[in-house]
Design a protein around this ligand. Sequence first.
Ligand code: SAM
Length: 246
Amino acid sequence: MPDELYADPRLAALYDAWNGGRWDVEYYLGLARVLEARRVVDVGCGTGTLAIELAGHADHVTGVDPAAGMLHAARAKPGANGVSWVRGTAADLPEGGFDLAVMTGHVAQVFVTEEQWAATLGQLAGAVAAGGVLAFETRNPAAQAWRDWTPEGSRSEVVIAGQRVESWHEVTEVGDDTVSFTTHHLFGTDPVEHVESRSTLAFRDLPTLERTLEAAGFSVETVHGDWDGSPFTDASPEIIVGARRG
Ligand SMILES: C[S@@+](CC[C@H](N)C(=O)[O-])C[C@H]1O[C@@H](n2cnc3c(N)ncnc32)[C@H](O)[C@@H]1O
């Protein structure tokens, strides 16, 4: 079940407005080019920014996401016809169908429990052909990005279809390896409509990622700490993993 942030079409429409300047898109396009991947799947493709770009470089691109609101926004974009859109999850992908599977925009963190994460990695191992690659990123827990998810630190304002929308995050619980937060949105000015969406994300460290990937049949080949391709260190904001399917 995707959280409300992605299922509600009004909140999905906000997603691209919040997430401009995507260095991750260039990173994953570069990876697809280096690997000469012909069949690529973007799991948790959201509003399809990366999948549509990938369609210019690969023969077959699939974008899969369970959230109707996000897929609706993806299908409406220029270039969307070059992508096969699937409403679903990694469980819905064909066996051995892809040379490269990517999960971007911190999708890996939506799999909160170890069981959900292991099941998803197992499904991805089924979808990626032998010798193919799974690439994704997750926020480095040591960098504690959630410390900035305060009303003061995260408040933003955009205008969508002539309507002002003010949004901010508020952390509600920090667990051992999960963080829960509420995103607030104020739509319009008079009257103002207050919409809340609750999320929980997993924060896994590199040893946990290596262990779980190996258990699913992947071996980690590259680990970067940021979108410029710098090596991962404890202070890196991201853990960007490339893992080969044995
Ligand atoms: C932060 S968005 C990232 C979207 C896109 N990858 C990007 O980079 O812009 C997280 C996405 O994960 C999707 N998602 C949630 N649960 C999922 C699941 N079980 N399998 C695949 N995607 C899921 C959400 O619907 C949402 O579109």
